[in-house]
Design a protein around this ligand. Structure first.
Ligand SMILES: Cc1cc2nc3c(=O)[nH]c(=O)nc-3n(C[C@H](O)[C@H](O)[C@H](O)COP(=O)(O)OP(=O)(O)OC[C@H]3O[C@@H](n4cnc5c(N)ncnc54)[C@H](O)[C@@H]3O)c2cc1C
Length: 475
């Protein structure tokens, strides 16, 4: 790989974007080089902020010609370090933030075409303006970009009803590693004419192409919504409640989140104004029910579920939000859960999934395993129970040494992932592989999977210039 540190090469790249959009000064590049959890700190000779697809294509053409490594960056909220340039490697960051426009909206066809750098919250607003609803929802929605969401196949809190980002994409525009632009921006509900090429780029974390625009599926916003909160004794009780909610609400069950008691304690301690809606308990669930008819119908279903669950001993106490602001307060407790862990010292993360029926046994075993191996550590699991996806995060012992705890990251991972593997689960349920889990992927994937992935990488990026060393390591 060529080093762009030579001023001639930096000048050639800089000339491809408008004045003020090639950043080299440390003060200007700093915000592109630190990720949200401060686990990765990057270095780069240059951050480029192209204005449109043709500028991205020009950058990739030059990168291909000069064998220069390119790191596409969206909202920089990724949690596995893929978007951060590796120190000493002279990787150029290409920020998509200026590609932030709506290209077209088709309310009748329930679709919208937006540029990749549009923040997810802005996509929500554009859909609402057209009288439609875009359901993908993550706590990072104010900062993450739709291109980043597609590149990571983001999940979030609405997967139960609407699927991952993949299920919401109709088409893509992608700049390939050699600078050619692939126009796959179709808006068809059905298209079996050959391989579905867009699927290759969804979830590829910037290793196969740079996404510049996305055609998205829109929905009608459900007319009614009820948000409920329940305290429960155990994940097993929560699973009973989940089955009951599915039975009663069917496709109207649009959220089912599980939170451990300690994760909730952290939220109550650190989120300003946070209040527990029910009695204190070892675990909590947040349930969202939607209705195509009215709030009244959604409330009735939620109340029926909760009454049945309380009578059956699945819920200790439950409450249905009485207003929009109370519903937001319930969700705020859940959405604040990643952030509040920062205030409790070092935290070792695991983004795992297991078949949902195995979740209670997994949680019991994983908690016992980490508490046994790391005395004093504080497991704070929470997450998208309806998808079998738990963020099995472990906070350092109270008053302990942050660095000493974090230095045992791999040991802790081995303990938790050992239990995940026992249940045939995934060690990267929704955040992806990035740089953080490259070695882990090589350990857990069968050789044939790795071989097929390597062949795809070699076919689409033969020089290895796109996000090198992320997801899959090539020689
Ligand atoms: C508080 C918080 C909560 C979160 N909750 C969730 C959650 O519930 N579910 C979930 O799935 N994730 C969650 N995340 C992780 C993160 O928000 C998602 O992975 C998100 O999709 C990343 O989008 P981004 O625009 O920030 O991408 P970035 O962080 O900038 O990049 C992520 C990866 O995608 C690549 N990339 C970015 N844009 C492009 C592009 N246009 N073309 C090609 N490659 C690109 C980058 O190179 C990198 O490898 C959370 C993060 C935070 C901080």
């Amino acid at each position: 790989m060529k080093s762009p540190s030579s001023s001639a090469l930096v000048s050639r790249f800089s000339a491809l974007v408008g004045p003020g959009h090639a950043l080299v000064e440390a003060a200007d590049t700093a915000r592109y080089l630190v990720e949200w959890r401060d686990l990765f700190r990057g270095e780069t000779p240059l951050v480029l902020r192209p204005a449109d697809t043709s500028e991205v294509a020009a950058i990739l053409r030059l990168a291909h010609e000069t064998k220069t490594a390119i790191i596409p960056q969206g909202g920089n909220t990724g949690l596995v370090g893929g978007q951060i340039p590796v120190p000493g490697r002279q990787e150029i960051v290409v920020s998509l933030e200026r590609l932030d426009k709506v290209r077209s909206v088709d309310p009748l066809g329930n679709s919208i075409v937006v540029e990749a750098g549009m923040p997810l919250a802005a996509v929500h607003a554009a859909a609402a303006e057209a009288g439609r609803f875009f359901p993908l929802t993550l706590a990072s929605l104010g900062s993450c970009q739709i291109g980043g969401n597609v590149a990571t196949n983001a999940g979030g809190t609405a997967v139960l009803a609407y699927g991952n980002a993949r299920n919401l994409v109709l088409g893509l525009e992608v700049v390939l590693a050699d600078g050619r632009v692939w126009n796959g921006l179709r808006r068809l509900g059905k298209d079996n004419a050959g391989y579905d090429l867009k699927q290759l780029f969804i979830g590829s974390e910037g290793t196969l192409g740079v996404i510049t625009a996305v055609a998205l599926k829109l929905h009608h916003r459900p007319r009614g919504r009820a948000v409920a909160f329940a305290s429960v004794a155990s994940p097993k009780a929560a699973l009973g409640l989940f089955c009951r909610a599915q039975r009663s609400a069917g496709f109207g069950l649009t959220g089912f989140e599980l939170m451990s008691g300690l994760a909730m304690d952290f939220a109550l301690r650190h989120l300003p104004g946070a209040r527990l809606p029910t009695t204190a308990a070892p675990w909590y669930v947040l349930i969202e029910v939607s209705s195509s008819l009215s709030d009244g119908e959604a409330d009735a279903v939620a109340l029926d579920v909760l009454a049945g669950a309380t009578a059956a001993g699945e819920a200790i106490e439950a409450a249905v939000a009485q207003s929009l602001s109370q519903a937001e307060d319930f969700w705020r407790l859940r959405h604040g859960m990643s952030e509040v862990q920062k205030y409790e010292g070092g935290s070792i993360k695991h983004d795992v999934s297991v078949p949902i029926g195995d979740l209670p046994a997994f949680l019991d075993e994983a908690m016992a395993a980490v508490e046994g191996a790391f005395p004093g550590c504080r497991p704070v699991p929470f997450g998208h129970m309806g998808d079998g996806n738990i963020h099995f995060n472990v906070s350092q012992p109270e008053g302990g040494d942050r660095q000493a705890f974090l230095s045992r990251w791999n040991e802790m991972n081995a303990v938790v992932h050992g239990v995940v593997r026992k249940y045939d689960g995934s060690v990267a349920a929704e955040h992806g592989i990035g740089r953080l889990k490259v070695d882990l992927l090589a350990e857990v994937k069968p050789p044939l999977d790795l071989e097929m992935m390597a062949r795809l990488k070699d076919a689409l990026d033969p020089l290895g210039i796109l996000n090198p060393g992320r997801v899959i390591r090539r020689p």
